[in-house]
Design a protein. Structure first.
Length: 142
């Protein structure tokens, strides 16, 4: 639906590219703006990397949707005034995610792992997996 995609990570650029290419293949990976490593002076929870992503994508912060897995990432998104969907991991499941629009166990997959909603402060109504309609509802475009 015309989404612009970015990865904003504190990992090295080459590492982010390798993960994207392995997970999505070269063609899809090339559609992402990758902001990684030391492109900003301060790391998350500082919002600088998300503000830079918004600027480089040409999308207002409130229309950006951040998908994070940690409290530091959520705080960075929140301070950048961007709605955030959190997918918890075994490392971050016990963290506090009150600022998140939606907190789920996983994004889900139609043929695999189901999405479990842990907290929802948005208009999204996910079922087995997160859909574009859910993402649009989080940013208020749906």
């Amino acid at each position: 639906p015309g989404w612009r995609l970015a990865v904003a990570s504190t990992s090295a650029h080459a590492s982010v590219q390798a993960v994207l290419r392995r997970a999505m293949g070269d063609e899809l990976a090339d559609q992402f703006l990758v902001l990684a490593g030391d492109v900003v002076a301060a790391k998350k929870p500082d919002p600088a990397i998300y503000r830079l992503a918004s600027e480089q994508l040409g999308v207002p912060a409130k229309q950006c949707l951040v998908i994070e897995d940690s409290r530091n990432g959520l705080l960075a998104a929140h301070q950048a005034a961007m709605p955030c969907l959190v997918t918890v991991s075994s490392f971050t499941g016990g963290e506090h995610f009150a600022e998140a629009a939606l907190v789920v166990s996983a994004l889900g997959d139609p043929d695999g792992e189901a999405c479990q909603v842990l907290a929802n402060r948005s208009a999204a109504r996910p079922q087995t997996y997160i859909t574009f309609a859910d993402l649009q509802a989080i940013v208020g475009a749906g």
